[in-house]
Design a binder for this molecule. Structure first.
Ligand code: ADP
Ligand code: MG
Length: 679
């Protein structure tokens, strides 16, 4: 058996010096070389006009149809335009600063042009041109990433040489029935074709193979992990009093929506099962997650266990605390708050009462788990909007040795592919229904020049007794960016709305000041709240019906949607006005999308497409895997399939015994070993 883990010096033509150079590319073994995939392909293949995609690089073959025309602008710049008949289509070919080509075009002459294709204008901006009849130049050139002294060509030579010599020894990884089922080619063929595709079909087949393999391996790891986690318990039984829980639900001021009922049952089932809950609850802004959380915590009370609710900001903690206190007002339930501003004696007292079990529900910021808070009998931890702190927070729990049931709530609907990849080891509950009677928020996009109209619109709503949020991206003027800022806008609006109170809130205020402002706003003592994005998550003031966002192009779609979700929380019609003069197409598209849809899931999917998966959670702790071939935006179907397959596999006995799973199994076992070292 050929050992592919042997060092690269074994490859014909790779000597010591070259092997040394390959370490620049983190290539050490033959296998590393084989798995050093191209990151893109140059396409010199001639295509039909109808097969071309806008903006793609394309090679066209046709006949010169007009005399070329040459225009100069500036001293050195020129544009050469010529019409070329490609099949039935008359296409414009444009060449910049290549005036010398003019002489070479003569009518009727065959020509092959490679360049960027503009589908709308039927124009190719030429980079390569060859004249005369071509032999078939069916060619797709793989492009490899390089470092140091490497050139693409040299890497290509080394890799291709290796592929030719060794790909026949590559072992199959997937069981053959799976390959048949999904019509996947053999692994060694896929390897040859990913490096040396002769046709587009080769490339497609090779990609299909590796996308599935890559996602399946990834999901095997995830699903195995999930199985492990699920089978853990904290050894404490939760004996809920179901009758009491149902009575509590009946006593709420409104009936639960169908979706709320469904997810509540999912959660209660988890809590009652002997396995640990590890569940993500996602629902659009305003879909009513908080009450589901409250019911879950109440359920724990009936089991005589404590719950903790963790939120990202003190304002939000304060709000949740107030509303939970109110909800459980006439019941024998102790609710407390613990944030970094709870200090001294008060803090000591809270800690004491948490430790002796007299506090049932503890609300707070992440101080809750980071500080040395000892619970008497903690059964459930709920985190709200915590994905901002990174999806790896679960690890914190584990490291702390806390093993209660865990429920993660998020109002940033996570596109399904990302949910599967980042939270693939969790169960997911989704509230996909809004409480009845909600009117969709009307969203408008206004240019800065229309400010006057926006202000008079706000005035009208204020006269109807309503309130408004005005959000600005920065708090103080900065030299680099002359965006409207909260402080400025605040003074402007004070001048305009003389009969109303205009409040100001930003990140540099003390927590108490922020709280005070928030309280004033929720009591309608302040009618307009000018603020930075501190009000973004969770804040609930149903009488506010207008959300104005200055310089809205500065925000991502999900963030805008979050902001918009601060209004439309009561029965009245609400409005969101985005003030923006975006300069980029992406910016314009964002504004457009916002006015088109209120559906958070659709928005998050579009956001993902516009920004790419890396940006979605914010760069730092995205917790997202990096794939070689698979792409989380476009390969979501494969991801779903891989997830189902992986889950079925790790939960079957066949996977752990049958010969046909041997390669997958040993891969997984190797990974597991590696992990346990890390953990
Ligand atoms: P979010 O999912 O954004 O956290 P909230 O839990 O804050 O949403 O709920 C938004 C508003 O809807 C709250 O005022 C809440 O009382 C109300 N609400 C929640 N569930 C229902 C329901 N089933 N029927 C009517 N109103 C509801
Ligand atoms: Mg909420």
């Amino acid at each position: 058996m050929m050992d592919l883990k042997q060092p690269v010096v074994q490859v014909k033509g790779i000597g010591k010096a070259r092997a040394e150079e390959l370490t620049d590319l983190k290539i050490y073994t033959v296998e590393d070389l084989l798995m050093y995939f191209p990151y893109r392909y140059e396409d010199f293949q001639v295509k039909e006009i109808t097969d071309l995609k806008h903006d793609e690089r394309a090679t066209l073959e046709g006949k010169v149809h007009s005399e070329p025309s040459l225009r100069y602008f500036g001293r050195k710049k020129s544009r050469l335009t010529v019409k070329v008949l490609v099949g039935k289509y008359l296409v414009n070919a444009v060449f910049f600063n290549r005036a010398f080509l003019k002489k070479q075009f003569s009518i009727g002459q065959p020509v092959t042009i490679t360049g960027k294709w503009d589908q709308h204008r039927l124009t190719v901006t030429g980079q390569h041109v060859t004249f005369g009849l071509q032999e078939s130049t069916d060619k797709i050139e793989p492009i490899y990433s390089i470092k140091g002294d490497w050139t693409v060509k040299r890497v290509r030579n080394v890799v291709h040489q290796t592929v030719q010599q060794y790909s026949q020894y590559v072992k199959e990884v997937l069981p053959s029935d799976l390959k048949v089922q999904y019509k996947l080619i053999d692994r060694n063929k896929a390897l040859q074709w990913i490096h040396m595709p002769e046709t587009h079909d080769h490339l497609k087949q090779a990609r299909r193979y590796f996308v599935y393999e890559e996602l399946l391996l990834f999901q095997l790891r995830m699903q195995w992990w999930r199985k492990q986690e699920k089978e853990k318990t904290d050894g404490k039984a939760r004996h809920l009093n179901e009758t009491q829980v149902q009575e509590f639900i009946q006593s709420l001021p409104f009936p639960l929506t169908g979706a709320q009922q469904r997810v509540t049952n999912e959660i209660l089932n988890d809590i009652q099962s002997k396995f640990r809950m590890n569940r993500l609850l996602q629902g659009d802004v305003g879909s009513g997650k908080t009450i589901v959380a409250a019911i879950s915590m109440y359920a724990l009370v009936t089991a005589r266990m404590q719950s903790a609710l963790m939120v990202p900001t003190e304002i939000l903690a304060e709000q949740h605390y107030e509303s939970l206190k109110q909800l459980f007002d006439d019941m024998d339930i102790e609710v407390e708050i613990l944030t970094s501003s709870v200090k001294g004696k008060r803090r000591a007292l809270v800690l004491e009462r948490v430790a002796d079990g007299s506090i049932d529900l503890l609300v707070g910021t992440h101080a809750l788990i980071q500080d040395d808070v000892q619970f008497d009998n903690l059964g459930l931890v709920i985190t709200d909007e915590q994905h901002r702190f990174g999806v790896n927070q679960r690890k914190v729990f584990r490291q702390k040795g806390i093993t209660p049931d865990v429920l993660f709530m998020t109002a940033t609907p996570i596109p399904r592919t990302l949910a599967i990849s980042a939270f693939g080891d969790m169960d997911v509950s989704t509230i996909d229904e809004m409480p009845a009677g909600r009117k969709p928020i009307e969203t408008y996009w206004a240019k800065h020049g229309m400010l006057e109209r926006v202000l008079s619109f706000i005035l009208k709503e204020l006269e109807n007794g309503r309130q408004a949020y005005v959000i600005c991206p920065l708090i103080e003027e900065s030299d680099k960016m002359d965006f409207q800022n909260a402080v400025d806008v605040h003074s402007q609006l004070q001048l305009y709305f003389t009969d109303y109170n205009v409040g100001l809130m930003h990140g540099r205020l003390h927590v108490e000041e922020k709280e005070e402002m928030m309280t004033k706003f929720s009591r309608n003592e302040v009618q307009i709240l000018v603020s930075t994005t501190v009000v973004e998550v969770g804040v609930n003031v149903p009488n506010a019906t207008i959300m104005v966002v200055y310089d809205a192009e500065r925000f991502g779609l999900s963030q805008l949607h979050q902001l918009r979700g601060r209004v439309g929380r009561g029965d009245a019609q609400s409005y969101c006005i985005l003030i923006a003069d975006p300069k980029t197409d992406v910016g314009k598209e964002r504004m457009q999308i916002m006015t088109e849809t209120n559906d958070g899931f659709e928005l998050s999917q579009r956001d993902l497409e516009l920004r790419g998966p890396g940006d979605f959670f914010g760069k730092k702790q995205s917790g997202l895997p990096v794939f070689k071939v698979a792409d989380l935006v476009h390969d979501y179907r494969a991801l779903e399939v891989a997830r189902q397959d992986a889950s079925a596999m790790v939960n079957s006995t066949a996977f752990w015994e049958d010969q046909k799973y041997e390669p997958l199994r040993s891969w997984l076992l190797e990974q597991i070993e590696h992990w346990e070292e890390l953990d």
